[in-house]
Design a protein around this ligand. Structure first.
Ligand code: ATP
Length: 350
């Protein structure tokens, strides 16, 4: 166990240069913090354009972000680190656990986000409806989505509707060296409907769950297949892929909101029980609304998601809750400010 630095009043908000860094640091600046970006050399050109970034700590590659020299720098600046998707993709849970600088949120829950079994356990405990798991290729009867463990951005996912279509695609992944065998794959019922990402923030200071926005991901090439007429689709060998290119805003039917809040609240409660202290800060429930308007959750993210980048100037939902434009990045900084003023930082940092 590494000795963690305890901050009484953080001065700087720091994050890794990628994913939602612009939103996080803009929000931090708007709330009166100094901002620090840990940035790969090759990305400096982009990030140097923005005046709200006070300081840039240059590294060669993301995986050097928390070496001794950076940690000292972060410490001297009285920093708190905001984790995001790139941080989770580049660092294992045990590496994140060893970082001595305070991290916003519950770092333990990041492990639950990256482990399929733990993830399922938390979704079950939250009483969320989840897609059925199919135990074997012999049990495939309807349309299924076949997933690779830890495949960022759905790379390599494929659709199967019977044993043969499963075997054909699995063999192709083996041939490409993506998997060693069929046992590396995970088969799940495919839910037909509108894939939706629900963005929440939980404040342990006010003890409230806030629903701050929703989005749809626009993915290549799955979202462009509909532009190709059926005859051409059938005659060309096209395989769907799920590489996220961007996000599209979504406003939900107002009648869906009550259940959205209930799902968020159940998730917060279950996290507190299974992974204390729970989930202070942002999280996202990721799923599909079917034709009855029922939400089936296939994933969650236990930190800020990139879909919140849409609402840098606030969202239709944050506008109902706050007097000022409140992005998720700014909401994080706001929580740090309030917790710091009230001497309650231990509720939001680990
Ligand atoms: P990331 O790490 O970026 O969140 P991922 O690898 O976890 O990505 P997902 O976002 O979970 O991948 O899924 C990729 C795509 O597959 C998305 O378009 C999602 O809507 C779709 N998808 C995942 N599970 C299901 C399901 N059970 N039914 C229908 N679509 C699904």
């Amino acid at each position: 166990m590494v000795d963690r630095i305890i901050l009484e009043s953080p001065r700087t908000i720091a994050t890794l240069g990628s994913h939602s860094a612009l939103q996080i640091l803009k929000g931090a600046k708007d709330e009166g913090f100094e901002t620090l970006l840990i940035c790969e050399e090759k990305r400096l050109g982009l990030y140097k354009r923005f005046k709200f970034i006070d300081e840039i700590l240059t590294i060669k590659q993301h995986n050097q972000a928390f070496e001794k020299k950076s940690l000292q720098h972060l410490h001297d600046a009285k920093s708190v680190i905001i984790p995001h998707g790139t941080m989770v993709a580049y660092f294992t849970y045990s590496e994140i656990d060893k970082i001595s600088i305070p991290i916003f949120g519950n770092r333990k829950i990041l492990q639950w986000e990256s482990d399929r079994n733990l993830k399922q356990k938390l979704m079950n405990a939250s009483q969320l409806i989840t897609p059925k798991s199919i135990q074997s290729k012999d049990e495939i009867r309807n349309l299924c989505i076949v997933k690779l463990h830890g495949a960022a951005g759905g790379r390599g996912y494929f659709l199967a509707w019977n044993k043969e279509s499963f075997e054909e695609n699995a063999q192709a992944l083996v041939n490409q060296g993506r998997i060693t065998g069929e046992e590396d794959l995970f088969i799940q019922e495919y839910i037909v409907g509108v894939p939706t990402y629900l963005q929440f923030f939980y404040s342990p200071i006010s003890n409230q769950v806030e629903f701050l926005g929703a989005d749809i991901r626009y993915e290549s090439n799955i979202d462009s297949l509909g532009r190709i007429p059926a005859r051409q689709q059938l005659s060309v060998n096209l395989e769907p892929s799920y590489n996220v290119i961007g996000n599209i805003p979504l406003v939900l039917r107002e009648s869906l909101l009550e259940e959205v809040y209930k799902m968020g609240e159940r998730f917060v409660k279950a996290s507190e029980g299974l992974v204390p202290p729970g989930i202070p800060g942002p999280f996202c429930l990721e799923g599909v609304y079917d034709r009855e308007g029922i939400f089936t959750t296939f994933e969650f993210s236990a930190r800020i998601v990139a879909g919140t980048n849409l609402y840098i100037n606030g969202s239709p939902y944050s506008d109902l809750l706050f007097e000022k434009p409140m992005s998720m990045g700014r909401r994080i900084a706001h929580e740090i400010k309030i917790a710091s003023e009230k001497g309650l930082l231990d509720r939001i940092f680990t």
